[in-house]
Design a protein around this ligand. Structure first.
Ligand code: MN
Length: 198
């Protein structure tokens, strides 16, 4: 029963082993996988549209008890030819992914947030600089890839699969909240509190 604690090892190429991006923490004593291929089982995602200093989308994927997050200025696309900048931001609490309403203390912009899409997700590839996942949302479906291309610069792209829609612009076609049907402008102009009562 006495598993000996092993220090982190370099892989066969001599690189220091780094944590995958989306994997949940595993005990140090667990067998070390040979490759960064430790899929997170079924999880969930949310994409919020947020009117802050600039209008942007926030893509959040649940990892353990936090939401790993990227700000995506132009939002996701179902067109595999479209590459969208995704800037990593701090992990958020799970409650942040439930928020639709107006951040009262927002310094710039209206502070309005809508839940633009949400659903279940599976992580299919998990490396420090490259992750792929399958989304089952109301607007977003199928495979997506996030690839790191710089210090704080990732690219979000739709996988070429059956749910790809070349030439489409899902952000323009379906701008409203998936939960309440409201646009962010309606949220900004109307009620100021969260509208979801559970
Ligand atoms: Mn935001």
């Amino acid at each position: 029963m006495a598993h000996q604690q092993q220090p982190p090892k370099a892989d066969s190429a001599g690189r220091q082993t780094r944590q995958p991006l989306l994997a949940q923490e595993v005990p140090q004593s667990a067998p070390t996988p040979k490759r960064y291929c430790r899929p997170v089982p079924a999880t969930r995602f949310v994409v919020q549209l947020h009117d802050a200093t600039t209008l942007h989308f926030d893509l959040r994927i649940k990892v353990g008890e936090v939401l790993r997050s990227w700000a995506v200025p132009k939002g996701p696309s179902l067109d595999p030819a479209v590459r969208r900048l995704a800037v990593p931001v701090d992990d958020h609490d799970l409650s942040a992914g439930e928020f639709e309403g107006v951040h009262e203390r927002q310094l710039r912009g209206s502070g309005a947030v809508i839940i633009w899409d949400e659903g279940s997700a599976e992580v299919t590839r998990d490396e420090p600089d490259h992750v792929t996942f399958t989304l089952h949302g109301s607007k977003l479906a199928g495979g997506f890839a996030l690839t790191r291309t710089g210090e704080r610069r990732w690219i979000l792209v739709k996988t070429r699969d059956a749910s790809a829609r070349p030439g489409s612009d899902i952000v323009a076609e379906q701008p409203a909240s998936v939960r309440t049907g409201r646009t962010w402008q309606e949220v900004a102009a109307g009620q100021t509190g969260p509208t979801k009562n559970r």
